[in-house]
Design a binder for this molecule. Structure first.
Ligand code: GLU
Length: 321
């Protein structure tokens, strides 16, 4: 049986070269092992997600030659494939975690969290949250609710080392209590947190291989811990280096000229973009046009360097014709 992998884009902006990079690598990992590719739209946040970006995503991915077997438009046994339609599943998981006695209400504002993350001497504790609300009495909680504060929900993390072997980055270890702190599983506005949703989704969709940007490497130990608590199968992880612009920032919406739609409009062909990305990935020795499917037999994750990769816009734009 082949592997099961996924693309999980958030439709909060136009797809750019950096998204195409992770999509291509995730697709090649699956296709080179005769696996099943799943497209999941991570539209958890209704304010930031826009339907127009979803249709644009379909168009961009197809234009690049990256297809999928299960997804919102193609169906499949493990749908729905929009996070916005999976809230009941996240809620069920939250109930299970609550039954385990691990969830508490947190009334802290962003500013309070920022201040609390500093030790009394003003030095960063390195924790995202030092557990301020973990020890509130029921009375204190009632008082806070009385002040009209709406709580987020956090989970109590263990003082335990979690390690895993990343297919790109090698061994990664983290102590959740000492390096992360209790993290949010539901925001104060009722939206479930990414960390919870992604585990429920990848677990229930039986994803065996997660390939994504290395900005999520440090989120993985808390996700592994959640998989285990929820008795969901833990996938293999591969965290690939991100692409950076000439300004030193990782590619994002601000690099509008590197949006896939913008490149297409300026006359760049899909095969050239794929060829450029394949060169960056060490699959091709030089930049030459290639269809994504032609790379399938050549793909080896081991050839990928783990260093951040800087993209030269002029090199991309000179790919025209
Ligand atoms: N939705 C996230 C993103 O677009 C990816 C999350 C993941 O791959 O786990 O950055």
């Amino acid at each position: 049986m082949g592997i099961r992998g996924r693309f999980a884009p958030s439709p909060t902006g136009e797809m750019h070269l950096g998204n195409a990079w992770t999509a291509l690598l995730a697709w090649l990992q699956v296709r080179s092992q005769g696996g099943t590719m799943i497209l999941r739209i991570e539209d958890l946040d209704p304010e930031r997600s826009k339907p127009a970006y979803v249709s644009q995503l379909y168009e961009d991915l197809r234009w690049l030659g990256l297809d999928w077997d299960e997804g919102p438009d193609s169906g499949g046994a493990d749908g729905p494939y929009h996070q916005a339609e999976r809230r009941d599943l996240y809620q069920q998981a939250l109930v299970r975690l609550t039954d385990l006695g691990l969830i508490y209400q947190c009334f802290c504002t962003r500013a309070e969290i920022r201040d609390a993350a500093l030790a009394p001497n003003g030095i960063e504790t390195g924790l995202e949250y030092p557990g301020t609300c973990r020890f509130l009495s029921e009375r204190q909680r009632e008082e806070k609710r009385g002040e009209g504060r709406r709580p987020a929900l956090r989970i109590k993390v263990p003082d335990e080392l979690i390690s895993f072997n990343d297919l790109c980055q090698g061994m990664f270890r983290q102590n959740l209590a000492k390096q992360v702190g209790d993290f949010t599983v539901q925001r104060a506005d009722g939206i479930h947190a990414y960390q919870l949703a992604v585990v429920v989704d990848d677990g229930l969709m039986r994803i065996s291989h997660v390939l994504r940007g290395d900005d999520l490497l440090a989120s993985t130990p808390r996700q592994i811990w959640l998989y285990n608590l929820l008795h969901l199968p833990v996938p293999q992880f591969a965290h690939v280096p991100l692409l950076y612009g000439a300004d030193g920032h990782r590619l994002s919406k601000r690099h509008g000229d590197l949006a896939i739609a913008a490149l297409r409009q300026t006359g760049v062909k899909a095969e050239k973009i794929i060829g450029y990305l394949a060169f960056l990935a060490g699959i091709l020795p030089c930049i030459e046009p290639v269809a994504a499917r032609e790379l399938i037999p050549e793909f080896q994750l081991e050839r990928l360097s783990v260093k951040p990769i800087r993209v030269d816009v002029s090199q991309v734009l000179s790919l025209k014709g």
